[in-house]
Structures are given as structure tokens and as C-alpha cells.
Design a binder for this molecule. Structure first.
Ligand code: VGL
Ligand code: ZN
Length: 211
């Protein structure tokens, strides 16, 4: 892998580094907190840094608790397609929805909240789970002159995957910083996500490739 020096056209997109996705949280991703320190260092190297924040109203339709007799991690059919049901997590204004306390949010040029409509989930930083409703991030990237998007965060197999694939779909050259992601890994979803991203031209790199 050639060395990459971040410049004005490069965006660092940090997905959902929030308490509920870290050990002790309601939808904890194993090792989720391990990426916080390295991400803080990496953010210093980018001129444009976007953080996303999963931000659900209580009773959100992606919560198993909102459905009769359905368990977390089961899959239901929604008008917009298949939806995995989750434990309650990242409820607007709750401590679980806060960024990890050690994440240096001072480097963020924009914070994108997503998943705030009760009837639809939003894994991706660009589009809600209907793959149509925009969050506004594509417009931000275009106006800021972004051409390359570097993705990291939680969880690799859900929100990072959908964000990276949508970044490609929006026309950006897109990289996955592999060592700065952690996965939920439901039934092999980690490897499936890596394969899917590769098939969609997301380029895997390590944080050491960035200088
Ligand atoms: C996420 C499941 C539900 C994620 C968010 O950040 O990957 N996963 N909500
Ligand atoms: Zn969520």
C-alpha cells in the first residue's frame, strides 16, 4: 500500500463511536473502545472530520422492544426492506448516545445525527435504510470539495459498511481504515461486510498508511 497524505479533498468519516457501542453499553461492540485513542491521533491529520451519532427516539422501530414477541437480533420485514432488530440503544439525549468520553470531538467539522425518524433506521451516514432519504452529508462533501472518504468506527459490519458503500455510490473514492473499526459479527457478518465492501470498490487500508 502506498503512503497517503491527507489533504483538503480528504474526509475522515468516524462512525458512531458512542457509549452504547462500547463495552458496558447496551449494544456493545467487542473492543469498541480500543479505537478511540488511535482515532484521536488520526483526526489531527485531516482538515475535514465528520462524526456520526446514532440518535434514536425512544420506541424506535429498530428496537426489538417496540415489537411484540420479537427478540433482539431477529430480522423483520419493513416497508423499506429487511431490518435487524436491536436492543434499545443510542436514545436521544441519553448517556448511551453520548460519544465515548475519551473521543476528541473538538476536531469534528460536522456531526451528523441519524436514525432519528421512528419508522426508519439509518445505518449509513449518507442515506437512511430505504437507500433514498438523504442525511445531507453528500451535499456537505460536495460543497467542501471532498473527493476521497476515509471510513472508520463502529460497527464495521453495519454502519461503517453502509456508509462506505454509500460513499462509493455518491462518487467518492472510498477507503476503509481496517484497524480502526470493530464489528458486531452476527452470523459471519464481519467477513460478509469486508467482502461486500471489496466488491463495491471500497479500498482497505491500515491507519499506518496515512501520514
Ligand atoms: C449500528 C446497529 C444499530 C452501528 C447502529 O452503528 O453499526 N448498528 N444501530
Ligand atoms: Zn441504531
Amino acid at each position: 500500500m502506498t503512503k497517503i497524505t491527507p489533504d483538503v479533498q480528504d474526509l475522515l468519516l468516524v462512525i458512531d463511536v458512542q457509549n452504547d457501542f462500547c463495552p458496558g453499553g447496551s449494544l456493545a461492540v467487542p473492543g469498541g473502545d480500543e479505537i478511540v485513542g488511535p482515532l484521536n491521533g488520526l483526526m489531527q491529520k485531516f482538515k475535514t472530520v465528520v462524526l456520526t451519532q446514532d440518535w434514536h427516539p425512544a420506541g424506535h422501530s429498530s428496537f426489538a422492544s417496540s415489537h411484540d414477541k420479537l427478540e433482539p437480533y431477529s430480522v423483520v420485514s419493513m416497508p423499506y426492506g429487511a431490518q435487524t432488530l436491536w436492543p434499545d440503544h443510542c436514545i436521544q439525549g441519553s448517556a448511551g448516545a453520548d460519544f465515548h468520553p475519551n473521543l476528541d470531538t473538538s476536531q469534528a467539522t460536522l456531526i451528523v445525527r441519524k436514525g432519528y425518524r421512528r419508522a426508519i433506521d439509518s445505518y449509513s451516514a449518507y442515506f437512511e435504510n430505504d437507500h433514498m432519504t438523504p442525511t445531507g452529508l453528500a451535499g456537505y462533501c460536495q460543497e467542501m470539495g471532498i473527493s476521497r472518504v476515509f471510513c472508520a468506527g463502529l460497527a464495521l459490519d453495519f454502519c461503517v459498511k453502509f456508509s462506505a458503500e454509500d460513499a462509493v455510490a455518491c462518487g467518492f473514492e472510498t477507503f476503509l481504515i481496517k484497524d480502526l473499526c470493530r464489528a458486531i459479527d452476527l452470523d459471519g457478518s464481519r467477513q460478509a461486510a469486508i467482502d461486500s465492501m471489496a466488491a463495491k470498490s471500497v479500498q482497505p487500508i491500515e491507519s499506518d498508511d496515512l501520514h
